[in-house]
Design a protein around this ligand. Structure first.
Ligand code: MN
Length: 191
């Protein structure tokens, strides 16, 4: 999901008051596990991180668990797509573009309503917000999506990123974290 935190909508040049839920797809094959080394992807000079709360489903309406993911984005390709009104696929759905943490089952998960969501790059805090700033709640997101497509067991929803997105280069390490859940760390190598 895109556009789910007002300050991120604003930093991307949008109007938070007119923000409506935006959905796009990342293939299952884009998932990368914690501790991975990822070759810097081709066709971009502006690879961005977006830390997001993950919701994993066990049925069309039930949540299996939660995690932390980083919605890697070829921002230059996305900007071009936006300017031409074209699809975002090549900006969002490329090889190894979804580093995702281990999941915490809902029975073991803490209350996430005021959990801190953050991302560190090379040790420095770049994104730091709170899940209570989400415009659309997890329940609302599932309801919205279900109105458009059939959801089911194994589906994974990334719920949008807070402000502070930025670029990472080859040699960089990023760690995404949601308080109380497993974190996700990946490093980028010279392709
Ligand atoms: Mn995102």
């Amino acid at each position: 999901m895109g556009k789910n935190y007002k300050k991120h909508v604003a930093e991307m040049g949008g109007d938070p008051k007119k923000s409506a839920p935006v959905f796009f797809t990342k293939s299952r094959e884009t998932i990368v596990q914690n501790g991975s080394f990822i070759p810097y992807p081709p066709q971009t000079d502006n690879l961005h991180y977006e830390v997001e709360l993950v919701v994993a489903l066990k049925s069309s309406t039930e949540i299996f668990g939660y995690g932390t993911a980083i919605d890697m984005t070829r921002r230059d390709i996305q900007a071009l797509a936006k300017s031409k009104g074209g699809p975002w696929d090549m900006a969002k759905n490329f090889d190894q573009s979804a580093p995702c943490s281990a999941l915490t089952k809902i029975e073991q998960a803490p209350d996430l309503s005021h959990a801190i969501i953050s991302l560190r790059k090379n040790g420095l805090v770049m994104q730091n917000s709170c899940l209570n700033h989400m415009i659309w709640s997890v329940e609302e997101i599932i309801k919205h999506l279900s109105a458009s497509v059939t959801l089911g067991a194994g589906d994974i929803i990334l719920t949008g990123t807070p402000e502070g997105v930025g670029s990472v280069i080859a040699g960089g390490t990023i760690i995404g974290a949601v308080e109380g859940l497993a974190s996700i760390e990946v490093s980028f190598t010279h392709g």
